[in-house]
Design a protein around this ligand. Structure first.
Ligand code: NAD
Length: 433
């Protein structure tokens, strides 16, 4: 075997985390259990929805640019296909784990159900360090990962989408690897693609826009205006930057933003359009002119009206929650608030707009993209935004109705709506053998 082809480094599959560490699937299960108890689910339905339907772990080699061959590990988890194909993103991260994918897939099931979309929940990840990989390496990694999970994905089985450190280009590579294997272009196998390859108008801003519609309704519910509100945002990627631009245009003052490299603070306000230009050039928000450094922990405790976690899970934890001063926490990220922190926030009277509702704009436009791809017939941006606004606002009010009627926190109300819908479908299908 030539030296070049030798495998001399293997990314280890992480060991299960010790119980005292943050475990996203444990957090997701606790949220489900509250709703399951409230709904008094049949024991078999409870057991069936508690665990994913399928958890796939794959290992595959890639020749890196310097000629070394590395073996990468990845996952694809399908929590539920009861209401339709599994739907959920794929993330590239050194910290990816099976537990994280199980949690994210579970949250996708509930998110699709809150929005009443004909999808279940899935999630995938590859353990890798995308910031240290070339485009060529990422392309090969994406295509090999797609081939490794090919048997369980497809337009009617499981439809991936972008997530952290993946984007429209990644989705185009997945569409190509899948299509080459079927022998024709099948755009409906992924969403979040470039528009010229069957992507939807409005997809890039969809999660931000969905957050914005929920924020508008939440403020109306609290009798507050959007104009002049102060906002702090954790994470400035697809989700963080898109909601930042929308609230800035609506007259809010963004006082702090962080990313994986650090953060910035300015009492006078940060222009997200200028910040985005810097991020395109330098890759980070750090050192934006006219700002002071800030870290995630300080950002969470800042005196602001609206706190938007838009990075990763578990960042608002019990050690931080009592210091939150915001009136609204708008969850752009999936699972950003731990159960303990959530309890503290609710006791403090903070309105926590839960991830499974607030950040559902992305999957809602993904649904519209999938519908367009299946028909090979495309909507205008106005049509997409109009449909998104109606779906987000309808879901918001359905959740608020359950919250008010049953005196539940907003997250629990969203779970009651979602788990109730999936349980009803499962029962009607007569799946108990
Ligand atoms: P992205 O890769 O585009 O951006 C992630 C951002 O978070 C980057 O700015 C990154 O630097 C920052 N970040 C990562 N780790 C961080 C840390 N420890 N501290 C501070 N900042 C950190 O990802 P995205 O698509 O914007 O996704 C962000 C979150 O939103 C994830 O939880 C994702 O699951 C969720 N989400 C994304 C979508 C979507 O359509 N992209 C939809 C729904 C939910």
């Amino acid at each position: 075997m030539p030296e070049k082809a030798k495998i001399h480094y293997i990314h280890p599959v992480p060991e299960p985390k010790p119980a005292e560490e943050y475990d996203p699937f444990f957090e997701a299960t606790m949220q489900f259990e509250k709703a399951a108890n409230f709904l008094d689910l049949d024991p078999w339905i409870y057991q069936r929805l508690k665990y994913p339907e399928r958890e796939l772990t794959v290992h595959f080699p890639i020749t890196m640019d310097d000629g070394r061959v590395e073996v990468f590990s990845g996952f694809r988890v399908q929590h539920s296909t009861v209401r339709g194909p599994a739907k959920g993103g794929i993330r590239f991260s050194p910290n990816a784990s099976l537990s994280e994918c199980k949690a994210l897939a579970t949250w996708m099931t509930w998110k699709c159900a809150v929005l009443d979309l004909p999808f279940g929940g899935g999630k995938g990840a590859v353990i890798c360090d995308p910031l240290r990989m070339s485009e060529n390496e990422l392309r090969k990694l994406t295509k090999e990962y797609t081939l490794a999970i090919r048997d369980i994905i497809g337009p009617y089985k499981d439809v991936p989408a972008p997530d952290m450190f993946t984007n429209a280009q990644t989705m185009a590579w997945i569409a190509d690897a899948y299509s080459q294997a079927c022998g024709y272009l099948e755009p409906a196998v992924v969403t979040g693609k470039p528009v010229h390859l069957g992507g939807s108008q409005g997809r890039a801003m969809a999660t931000g826009l969905g957050l914005y519609f929920v924020l508008e309704e939440a403020l109306k519910y609290l009798g507050m205006n959007l104009q002049g509100r102060t906002v702090a945002i954790l994470g400035f990627g697809n989700v963080g930057s898109s909601i930042a631009k929308l609230v800035h245009k609506a007259g809010c003052r963004i006082i702090a933003v962080t990313d994986i490299f650090g953060g910035i603070y300015s009492e006078k306000g940060i222009d997200p359009f200028e910040l985005e230009k810097q991020v395109k050039q330098t890759g980070s928000v750090v050192n934006f002119p006219g700002t002071e450094p800030v870290d995630n922990e300080s950002l969470i405790a800042l005196d602001c009206d609206i706190l938007i976690p838009a990075a990763t899970e578990g960042q608002i934890h019990k050690g931080k929650a009592s210091q939150v001063k915001a009136r609204i926490v708008l969850e752009g990220a999936n699972g950003p608030t731990t159960n303990e922190a959530d309890r503290i926030l609710v006791e403090k009277g903070v309105l926590v707009c839960p991830d499974i509702l607030a950040n559902a704009g992305g999957v809602t436009v993904s649904y519209l993209e999938w519908v367009q791809d299946l028909q090979r017939y495309f909507f205008t941006e106005e049509e997409v935004v109009d449909k998104l606004e109606k779906k987000m606002k309808r879901a918001f009010h359905e959740v608020i109705d359950i919250m008010e009627k049953n005196k539940l926190p907003m997250r629990e109300a969203a779970y009651v709506l979602a788990v109730g819908r999936v349980a009803e479908s499962l029962k009607a299908l007569g799946r108990a053998a």
